[in-house]
Design a protein around this ligand. Structure first.
Ligand SMILES: [Zn+2]
Length: 444
């Protein structure tokens, strides 16, 4: 569940729960929410150390110095911090150690033990862009140097999200394949696409864009255009397979290399509805349909297809945990790319809608969620290795080596993230960890 949604639910609960109690003022006072430290970030520059406290809401604070030994004390009013977070801050040439404690029962006190005298400065930053409320504490080793630092401070680099375009196959007057029970491919693909959209958008550094959000007909060209306009880093097209023999079952994946540029071939293909079915329809290299085979043979394979194959591998590995895999390797389909950049793309045949058992699964919301989670794990595995430069994922992920006795809940708490997030980011299928295992952890 997203933070926004949780807050919304809390508000809902709060409203209905307080309806009969509005005349009791002490209750509302007691429930004044504490400001939580969500993360502490430390950076060192020439002449000063900066500590950024990421807060979940605005907070009142004060600082003062103590001498012999040198200390800086930071008090945060009505605030708290997850246990162990302070231990994550490493000592350095300026800071000898950091301690924290509770003051007055509800205030947070953080004490910095220092090697030498410093001049502290603090200020509050209000939410902007991705960043929330922040309290910044600068520890300068001398007044003079600090002036110099401020003047040559580099502009803050904006890190973008990776963009994943999710394409629900078919739609509108094109229902795609139909199961024996009347299940339409266009319906289940949209349901799975929406579930995947939510899973992706719940993760920081990732943004999902749907090619279609409702039951509408869309030409291949418009789907690709949407991906291009969204500056997609990846495109996933979701389909369901169909075969005359109802026993055919399992998932398969095709790697595509698509380009929305006005390549003559692409346009030609896109103008033709049959051709659009070939590209984003139920394609198989060993298709019984000679027309499909011919078109596939005519298509050129491009060098840019490697990324698509890589994504396909990751998704296929994960899909294999929730469904039988129909074809063990990623199949290729593509057409000539005359202009760069091309968007690495995969087409997933989630299951056979023509198989009664798989049709039942495709209709099941629980199964759809399993499939969406598997795709999301595959996408995460890929971007952990291949996040494009300039994205949050490429810069804000650090390695953490699991120690004996660690578990996901403890690690999540320590880094102020959630178990779900850790599992998704690391494509973990269970909560089991092994000492020495390396986890990818978001750090900023
Ligand atoms: Zn299809």
């Amino acid at each position: 569940m997203g933070k926004g949604r949780r807050k919304f639910l809390q508000q809902l609960i709060g409203v209905s729960g307080a309806a009969g109690l509005s005349a009791v003022p002490s209750l509302s006072h007691a429930s004044t929410p504490k400001a939580q430290v969500k993360d502490i970030r430390l950076s060192k520059s020439d002449g000063y150390v900066r500590l950024v406290f990421d807060m979940d809401r605005s907070v009142q604070h004060s600082i003062f110095s103590l001498h012999q030994p040198e200390r800086i004390v930071l008090d945060l009013k009505n605030a708290s911090m997850p246990h162990g977070m302070i231990d994550m801050i490493q000592a350095n040439s300026l800071i000898r150690g950091i301690r924290s404690g509770i003051q007055n029962g509800h205030d947070l006190r953080v004490v910095f033990d220092l090697h030498e005298q410093v001049s502290p400065r603090s200020f509050i930053l209000t939410p902007s862009g991705e960043a929330g409320h922040r309290l910044v504490l600068d520890l300068h080793d001398s007044e003079k140097k600090s002036e110099k630092i401020v003047s040559k401070k580099a502009p803050k680099k904006e890190l973008r999200d990776v963009v994943i375009v999710i394409d629900a196959g078919h739609g509108g007057r094109d229902p795609g394949a139909t199961g024996r029970k009347g299940t339409k491919e266009k319906t289940v693909t949209l349901q799975m696409a929406r579930k995947l959209e939510k899973l992706i958008n719940n993760q920081r550094g990732m943004k999902a864009v749907l090619t279609r959000k409702d039951d509408r007909y869309m030409k291949l060209r418009h789907r690709i255009e949407k991906a291009r306009k969204s500056n997609a880093d990846m495109m996933i097209s979701i389909h369901a397979d169909s075969f005359p023999d109802p026993r055919a079952r399992g998932s398969s994946i095709f790697a595509l290399s698509v380009n929305g540029a006005s390549s003559e071939m692409a346009q030609q293909l896109a103008e033709n509805e049959n051709a659009s079915d070939v590209m984003f329809g139920d394609v198989s290299l060993t298709n019984d349909d000679p027309m499909v085979n011919k078109v596939l043979l005519d298509l050129s394979f491009t060098g840019g297809i490697e990324s698509s194959l890589d994504i396909g591998d990751e998704v296929l590995k994960q899909i294999g945990t929730v469904n039988k895999v129909h074809k063990k390797t990623v199949q290729q389909a593509g057409f000539a790319v005359l202009k760069t950049p091309n968007i690495p793309s995969v087409l997933l045949e989630t299951a056979f809608i023509s198989n009664p058992r798989e049709e039942k699964n495709l209709r099941s919301s629980a199964h759809q969620l399993k499939v969406a989670k598997a795709i999301s794990r595959g996408v995460n595995s890929y971007f952990l290795r291949k996040a494009p430069p300039g994205t949050w994922l490429s810069e804000a992920i650090t390695d953490y080596k699991v120690k004996p006795g660690d578990n996901l809940a403890v690690i999540a708490n320590r880094f102020n993230t959630s178990v779900d997030n850790l599992r998704a980011r690391n494509a973990l299928q269970s909560n089991n960890l092994n000492a020495g295992q390396v986890l990818k952890i978001p750090v900023s």
